[in-house]
Design a protein around this ligand. Structure first.
Ligand code: SAM
Length: 235
């Protein structure tokens, strides 16, 4: 018999965990034992890479402070220690490594201990601080200049949406920037999750100042359209 695809395996583990009222338990089972995870792209998120390149993003402290849109990143204030970044639901660590490579002092967390262990193993010389943590129970004092939220909120059931989004937003420091990449959902269309994609009104729950919010269509595949958004918390 053929082995199940990573997507089929993920759906089965998710269904079992959700039936047991454990919305995050399946992630650990999915990452355990070096198995392929369906969302792993083998490199950083192309949207994040493009966004950073468009701004010559530099977190090293040569130019520090509030991230603003524009041809170049201009920082409002000097901070010799450089800028901090947080990667939410960091999985196998590619986005975290990318952000750290731009000079950010980076923390990356995931609820699945095996994901964290695999990220540390993949990048043994990394400067990233990889931690096991639950988005729904983060240290109250976590505040970062740059926060990257790629596809984590949508991996939690809709009943947890407000809490999950508020938890992401709470980690953005005054003057800080949040980058969100998520699958788009038309509010008129219901689909069983996971994932549970985000509607336009979900994005408003971040309650931060939008800089750009773009809906990227995927011709012929409406279920693959995405949101790419940048928010800031006024300093
Ligand atoms: C769809 S994957 C996306 C992974 C990665 N951000 C990416 O874009 O490739 C969602 C990730 O969020 C993690 N996750 C889900 N719920 C979480 C929670 N409550 N706290 C922390 N991490 C969580 C999962 O373990 C998984 O690695």
């Amino acid at each position: 018999m053929e082995a199940p695809s990573p997507g089929d395996r993920a759906r089965r583990l998710a269904a079992e965990a959700l039936a047991a009222d454990d919305p995050t338990g399946w992630f650990e089972r999915l990452y355990r034992g070096d198995q392929t995870v369906p969302w792993h792209q083998g490199g950083p998120d192309p949207f994040l890479v493009r966004w950073a390149a468009d701004r010559n993003l530099d977190g090293s402290g040569n130019s520090a402070g509030r991230l603003t849109a524009g041809e170049e990143v201009r920082f409002a204030r000097s901070r010799p220690a450089g800028l901090t970044a947080l990667v939410i639901g960091a999985g196998l660590g590619d986005d975290a490594e990318f952000v750290a490579g731009l000079g950010f002092d980076t923390v990356a967390f995931d609820v699945a201990p095996s994901a964290v262990e695999r990220a540390r193993r993949r990048f043994p010389d990394s400067t990233v601080r990889y931690e096991v943590a639950d988005l729904l129970d983060l240290p109250a004092d976590w505040r970062f200049d740059l926060v990257v939220e790629n596809f984590t909120v949508q991996s939690l059931p809709v009943g947890l949406r407000e809490r999950a989004i508020a938890a992401v937003a709470a980690t953005v420091a005054p003057g800080g920037t949040l980058i969100v990449h998520a699958t788009y959902r038309d509010p008129a269309v219901e689909r069983p999750g996971p994932p549970w994609p985000l509607t336009r009104s979900d994005l408003e729950l971040f309650a931060l100042e939008p800089v750009t919010v773009t809906q990227i269509p995927e011709p012929g595949h409406p279920e693959l359209a995405t949101w790419q958004a940048e928010f800031t918390r006024p300093g």
